[in-house]
Design a protein around this ligand. Structure first.
Ligand SMILES: *Cc1c(COP(=O)(O)O)cnc(C)c1O
Length: 185
């Protein structure tokens, strides 16, 4: 069961940093933990207006919803959806290219704009060395992670400007750097 849901609109949703909307299944339940009612914060609209300060420790916060409003106005829901679908399709393209090629393997199925992969049957050390070499090469940039002791590489697509050719280019760079490393060892 899920009571709250939080996600970073500043990641894939084309809104600039920082912006993390949070939904409550029942906002009233949450307010009971944070509700403070000093005299100086009392006002006459209390019964009709939502006081977002009751949903967190701090009383004040930046007006982040304004930038969501601007992005919605300038792009529209359709274009945001299109952009998310494109990121997903490009990540799926990268995953299928990886599978076809066979040098690497997916660590988990591709999901949204993220592809987690590693050298097929490679050690953690080999994958760490590859990640370091790819980032030093500087044509593409990967952020690695580790789960259950397994080190892996992550290709994240989060730009409107990424093309399918960029995706093919990323695999080409990975393979080139991997071959270079193998030659040296
Ligand atoms: C963005 C990101 C974070 C940081 O999230 P915050 O909401 O800024 O704390 C942590 N882990 C992963 C995998 C991320 O992509």
């Amino acid at each position: 069961m899920v009571d709250t849901y939080n996600f970073n609109a500043h990641k894939a949703m084309l809104i600039n940093f920082d912006c993390s909307p949070m939904w409550f299944k029942n906002g009233t339940t949450a307010t009971k933990y944070f509700n403070v009612e000093p005299v100086y914060l009392k006002h006459e609209h209390q019964s009709v207006a939502s006081d977002y300060r009751h949903l967190q420790v701090a009383l004040g916060r930046r007006f982040r919803s304004l930038k969501i409003w601007f992005v919605l106005r300038s792009l529209g829901v359709d274009n945001i959806q299109k952009s998310l679908r494109k990121q997903n399709e490009q990540a799926a393209l990268f995953a299928s290219l990886l599978n076809e090629d066979g040098t690497f393997e997916l660590v988990v199925p591709q999901h949204l704009g993220l592809v987690c992969f590693r050298i097929k049957n490679g050690t953690n050390e080999a994958n760490e060395a590859l990640c370091k070499a790819v980032n030093e090469d500087r044509r593409i940039h990967l952020v690695p992670s580790k789960a259950h002791g397994l080190f892996f590489l992550r290709l994240a697509i989060c730009s409107q400007l990424t093309t399918d050719d960029d995706i093919r280019f990323a695999l080409k760079v990975l393979k080139e750097v991997f071959c270079e490393l193998n030659k040296r060892n």
